[in-house]
Design a protein. Structure first.
Length: 157
């Protein structure tokens, strides 16, 4: 299967937007299988695109606001959500991970991962300086267990 890279996206300073980086930190506290890597993608889609280079599989984790119940975990295929940003008004601050997927597919060509999966956790609050809400914190624990049991099984380098 090759290397599986889990990239957590988000901002640690904005409440539930910290989902991705917190998942990465909690995974680092566990015994990851050989061939598994984690990275904090922060909020820069460009960094995410370049970090994907050469990984066999990529799992992106981020917060979401779909209007669903806070703490709900969604799993979607990367190619179902990748989209190029509109060229007008494009700047690095507006370049998100979904844009990064489309950009990376073009940029990395044969070095693009064979599979990209996205996990989104429905957020309750993005308040600046706020901690994770309890419901999202609990969802992160469930997601970490799921990633270890499902996405990181049979990983080899």
């Amino acid at each position: 299967m090759g290397t599986t890279l889990i990239i957590g996206c988000g901002n640690l300073l904005r409440g539930d937007d910290a989902v991705g980086p917190v998942v990465v930190r909690r995974l680092l506290d566990r015994d990851l299988p050989v061939g598994a890597e984690v990275a904090d993608g922060g909020t820069s889609g460009v960094d995410v695109a370049f970090r994907m280079r050469g990984a066999g599989r990529v799992v992106l984790v981020d917060a979401a606001t779909t209007g669903g119940e806070a703490g709900t975990i969604f799993r979607v295929r990367g190619d179902d959500v990748e989209q190029l940003p509109p060229i007008e008004g494009l700047n690095l601050h507006r370049f998100r991970w979904d844009h990064a997927l489309a950009f990376a597919r073009w940029l990395l060509k044969d070095e693009y991962p064979t599979e990209v999966v996205v996990y989104l956790v429905e957020a309750a609050s993005f308040e600046m300086g706020a901690p994770l809400t309890p419901v999202v914190d609990a969802a992160i624990d469930r997601l970490v267990e799921h990633l270890l049991a499902v996405e990181l099984t049979d990983v080899t380098s």
